[in-house]
Design a binder for this molecule. Structure first.
Ligand code: OGA
Ligand code: MN
Length: 299
């Protein structure tokens, strides 16, 4: 089959045809998807009936699967899916929707804030691949915003002033901003803030983008309220309607996004019904900034 990609949003996002994610890919197919990701930043593949092993095998064409530990409050023995799979469903181990006040549910509500996956890790995510196994009938759209286009909209003075800024990212900040601060000492230690550049340059295309995420809590060297106001301002601009693609899920959609160039969020849905979404995450090559060097500079 030949791979074809059709742009489905004025700014970014491609719909891919000619790929069967359940089967091994040729080098040419992998290269076509990578090139599509570099160009469109989000790719939609329809009708991909895959199991978890097939999803992991397909994902590994694009790099190493991230170790999911340290990214959630769900305990090891509560996990519904095997290592390598990230559970972004609303379900418990027995496949039942989590109770409204379940701590895990409240924590996972953080996915409704605009974010970039694993920006709270020193080595953040490259791609995320999300498979819609059971989709929501009402609500539950996933929205994406193009952070390259957002960067392009900045004026020269702003671009120059933010070029070397470093932000602190942590799950403590994103959850705290929703009023969820019920974390154990162990969880706080696990969610220790990391540093990320605010402006990133794509390793292949050389395009610059704004590296924004709900996990940002401050900018190194700035008073926290001033940093939060500025980041909020940038995020508001970066998620304006024209830069947002709304993905309306069909069963067995596989959506791949580049966390280095986009943000995303999920919208409200009927949580009395199962929404079974399963993610694989590909780690990026390295940190966006030398963690020890930033720490030393702040001492
Ligand atoms: C994710 C995420 C969105 C969704 O998988 O990283 O934020 O639609 N989920 O569930
Ligand atoms: Mn996410």
């Amino acid at each position: 089959m030949t791979v074809a990609i059709r742009q489905i949003h004025p700014v970014f996002v491609g719909e891919v045809s000619g790929i069967d994610a359940s089967k091994p890919l040729s080098q040419a197919e992998v290269a076509a998807i990578e090139a599509g990701m570099d160009r469109y930043a989000v790719l939609v593949l329809r009708d991909q009936v895959i199991d978890d092993d097939q999803q992991m095998t397909f994902s590994q064409n694009f790099g190493k699967i991230e170790n999911a530990q340290g990214g959630n409050i769900t305990k090891q023995d509560e996990l519904r899916l095997k290592p390598g799979m990230v559970d972004v469903s609303n379900l418990d181990k027995n496949g039942r929707p989590l109770q409204r006040t379940d701590r895990r549910r409240m924590f996972n509500l953080g996915n409704r804030l605009w974010h970039s996956d694993s920006s709270f890790r020193a080595i953040p995510a490259k791609y995320s691949l999300l498979s819609g196994r059971v989709i929501s009938e009402s609500g539950g759209n996933t929205e994406f915003a193009d952070m390259r286009a957002a960067y392009d909209m900045l004026d020269d003075a702003t671009r120059a002033s933010i070029q070397d800024l470093i932000c602190e990212h942590s799950l403590i900040y994103s959850r705290g901003s929703m009023g969820f601060s019920d974390l154990t000492d162990e969880e706080r230690a696990m969610f220790k803030p990391v540093y990320q550049r605010l402006v990133r340059t794509h390793p292949v295309t050389g395009r610059k983008s704004l590296y924004l995420s709900s996990h940002i809590g401050t900018i190194v060297g700035w008073p926290m309220p001033e940093a939060r106001d500025f980041i909020r301002d940038l995020a508001e601009m970066a998620t304006q309607r024209e830069l947002v693609y709304i993905h309306r899920w069909r069963p067995n959609d596989l959506v791949i996004w580049d966390n280095r160039q986009t943000m995303h969020r999920v919208r409200r849905f009927d949580e009395t019904k199962p929404r079974d979404m399963r993610r694989t995450t590909i780690a990026s090559d390295g940190p966006t900034v030398d963690q020890a060097a930033v720490l030393a500079s702040t001492a």
